[in-house]
Design a protein around this ligand. Structure first.
Ligand code: FES
Length: 153
C-alpha cells in the first residue's frame, strides 16, 4: 500500500467530523486503528471513514460506547460494516428507536399530569423519579422509562 493511500489525523478528522481527540480516544478504546509513520505519526486507512460513520450513526441512535464496541465486534475480523451488515443493524436500531419514542411519549403524557400539580412526589410523579428509585421497589412512575432512557442522578 502506498503511503498516499493513508490519511492523516487531520484528513480523517475533516472528513469524518470527529475531532482529532475523539479519533485518539476511539483508537485507545480499540474501535479504530492506525499505522505509524517512521516519524511516529498516525496514518489511517481510508476504510476508517466508514467505520467512523458507523460509530457516529450508532452514537446518534443513542448507543453507548460498549454497545458500539459490541456491534463492531460482531463483524468478522473487525472489518468495516458492509451494506448487508448495515441493513441488519439498522433494522435492530429501528426497534430500539421505536422503544425510545414510545418511552418519551409515555414521559410526555406523564408530564401532562404534572402541569398544575407541583407535588414532585417520588411515589406518583413520573417526572421527578428519573433515577427510577421507586421502580426497584416495584412502585413509582419511572416504570414509564425503559432502562436506556433512565439517567443516573
Ligand atoms: S408534579 Fe405532581 S405528578 Fe408530577
Amino acid at each position: 500500500m502506498k503511503e498516499t493511500d493513508l490519511l492523516t489525523v487531520s484528513e480523517v478528522a475533516g472528513r469524518s467530523g470527529f475531532a482529532a481527540s475523539a479519533l485518539r480516544y476511539y483508537e485507545t478504546e480499540g474501535l479504530i486503528s492506525s499505522e505509524r509513520t517512521a516519524g511516529n505519526q498516525r496514518r489511517y486507512h481510508r476504510q476508517v471513514l466508514r467505520r467512523l460513520a458507523f460509530i457516529k450513526a450508532a452514537r446518534n441512535i443513542g448507543l453507548g460506547l460498549e454497545e458500539v464496541r459490541s456491534e463492531l465486534d460482531l463483524l468478522p475480523l473487525g472489518r468495516t460494516p458492509t451494506k448487508a451488515d448495515w441493513q441488519r443493524i439498522s433494522r435492530d436500531w429501528r426497534g430500539r428507536l421505536d422503544e425510545q419514542i414510545q418511552a418519551l411519549e409515555r414521559l410526555r403524557d406523564g408530564l401532562d399530569s404534572c402541569i398544575g400539580c407541583g407535588c414532585l412526589s417520588l411515589r406518583r410523579c413520573a417526572i421527578s423519579n428519573p433515577g427510577d428509585v421507586m421502580a426497584t421497589r416495584g412502585v413509582g412512575g419511572a416504570g414509564f422509562l425503559p432502562p436506556l432512557l433512565r439517567r443516573p442522578i
